[in-house]
Design a protein around this ligand. Structure first.
Ligand code: TA6
Length: 275
């Protein structure tokens, strides 16, 4: 299919969950769990152009996080064209292999595979990074998930109490003292060695976020002022999103020649909440 002019795949599960991913970046741009409304935030001002990052959905950060290296912000995997290699009921798999273009940016042989599975109230994303060369390489990565929320100022992200964190631009590492992290103020923070599971509470809706392989969790909401300076977000866009990202941020992951690494994030909506 075509998604705002970009080649994309749309698929569903037997029980009625639906998703759309663009081939550029293997970028999940829509996830509607069975019987639910859209669960991902996608900016209506996002560009949808070859080579330009999409604002929202689930950008895949690889092999560089943010500006921590010589590459474009968050690396090149989100802006290169991937290949759809399989599509079964509820599940698609996309692949990005090293190419002349990637070698100019990052001189390593690799194969990335992203499997995205939907069904019922659950979304599973699994990233595999295979070293196809003859020397080890290291990378940072993240599944930069933009969750759609009813009001960012009101939602609570539980499960990070006692976890070390560092704010963007800061060097000091502090420890989270709160039962719940909020986005009532702008937040751009990496929780280091984070628990595998957090829970987002949005009104009467609970969402479990579980990560595997990724040691860190990034929480981002740009707030009003930063959003105003972003050409690809509407002024009130920050109120409708919260990024909860499964990330390998603090320590780069090293993969030996011929070996592979796997990281995953699973999201389940409509958790029963205590009344
Ligand atoms: O993951 C948080 C973050 O690194 C923020 O600092 C913010 O810049 C955001 O990602 C978005 O980055 P992008 O390159 O998509 O504009």
């Amino acid at each position: 299919m075509d998604f705002h002019g970009l080649p994309a795949v749309r698929w569903s599960s037997a029980d009625g969950a639906m998703a759309v991913a663009t081939l550029q970046g293997a970028h999940l741009v829509s996830w509607t769990p069975a019987g639910e409304t859209e669960h991902l935030y996608l900016s209506e001002r996002s560009p949808f152009e070859p080579g330009r990052a999409i604002r929202g959905g689930v950008p895949l950060v690889f092999p560089q996080f943010g500006e921590r290296g010589p590459l474009a912000h968050h690396g090149f995997a989100r802006t290169l064209p991937w290949r759809l290699v399989s599509q079964e009921e509820g599940r698609v798999t996309l692949v990005l292999e090293s190419s002349a273009e990637s070698r100019q940016l990052w001189p390593h042989e690799f194969a990335l595979e992203l499997a995205i599975a939907i069904g019922g109230k659950r979304l599973d994303m699994e990233l595999r990074v295979r070293n196809a060369g003859d020397a080890p390489f290291s990378f940072n990565a993240a599944l930069h998930t933009y969750l759609r929320v009813s009001d960012a100022a009101e939602v609570r992200l539980e499960g990070l109490k006692g976890t070390r964190f560092v704010d963007r631009g800061a060097t000091a590492t502090l420890v989270e003292a709160r039962d719940a992290v909020t986005a009532a103020q702008p937040i751009d923070r990496v929780y280091l060695g984070a628990p595998a599971q957090t829970r987002l509470v949005d009104g009467g809706r609970g969402i479990a976020i579980v990560q595997r392989g990724f040691p860190d969790t990034v929480v981002w909401n740009p707030g009003r002022e930063r959003t105003a300076a972003m050409a690809d977000m509407p002024p009130d866009g920050y109120r409708h999103m919260l990024c909860v990202e499964a990330a390998a941020f603090e320590r780069p992951v090293t993969v030996e020649a011929g070996a592979e690494w796997t990281g995953a994030q699973a999201i389940t909506t409509r958790l029963p909440l205590p009344s």
